[in-house]
Write a protein that binds this ligand. Sequence first.
Ligand code: GLA
Length: 354
Amino acid sequence: MNPIDGFTNTFGSPPTIAASAPGRVNLIGEHTDYNGGAVLPAALQRRIQVALARQDAPTITIKSTRFDDLIERPLGDAKRDDWTDYAMGALWKASELGWLTGGVKLHIESDIPDGAGVSSSAALITAILRAASIVGQVATTAVDIAKHARAVENDYIGMPCGIMDQMAVGLADHGEALALDTSDLSYDVIDIPEDWGIAVIHSGVRRELADGRYKARFEECQAAAEHLKTDQLCRLGQAQMKALSEMPDPLRKRARHVMTEHKRAVQASDAMKTGDLNTFAALMNESHRSYSQDFEASTPVIDDLVNDALNIGAKGARLTGGGFGGCIVALVEKPKLENWVEELLDRHENAWRV
Ligand code: GLA
């Protein structure tokens, strides 16, 4: 159903506005986005669509097609650790900006799985902020919306993420990758070559970003950056490289991951621009090794899935997203893609294609 009809069915009158945003998969560049490095996410076909209207009552009333209940939360309600926090946080930000104040009725339709590492939360926040900016008739940009959406995660949800997800869902469309330099937010939208088959496979192991392990890695990177007296751990100079080699583990390994991963993300963007599938795939494989061994963010189930993905013919495969479960992303020659997916899913009964 489209969100306008969905809203009308739920609330008995039409919405003022509808907006949407896609999910994303990160092709390469993991945990570089809060260390001043490069990332290369791509937009998914799956999207979140929202429709909303003001209401007089000082209440946010939320309906999602993924759940039966209509949820009511008072305006200004603090975080309570369920999925409606993302909507509350986005509306809190919209109100703070003066884009949309007071009570709101909100209808949500989504085919982006949550807890999968494909940015359902960034998509929801972005879609709501887009809708609010239209209601408020404000002149804003996709980059500003991405910054506001990140602030919702950082300040309302308490998740210390970088800006990759918000920029990806705000600036890329399906079939495109976003080569983003998070040190200055310069970017390039690249068409994914048509003969590249990209598949996102969920391991069956759910992940929660807010569960503390992401934050633990964030804090280790901060500690390494402080030790090396930099705020861009991805870009170390000669003297810092020497200090890095003397830093104790695990900080040394964490820093090594983000530094090498930044370089790989830059090289991968170039390889995508020239259609060099083999180089891109090799960078993905090296990225997984680094993410698993240096950043220690993989799990046995994920490593097994990545190994099998390669054994049955993927050119490249890696854990994608914040780590500790969720999805792998694989690069397969397009003509082989469907058979490859079928074979991988036959071998892993808990896995499914996103
Ligand atoms: C999550 C965060 C992003 C990024 C990735 C890891 O998706 O939201 O900001 O740090 O993890 O690359």
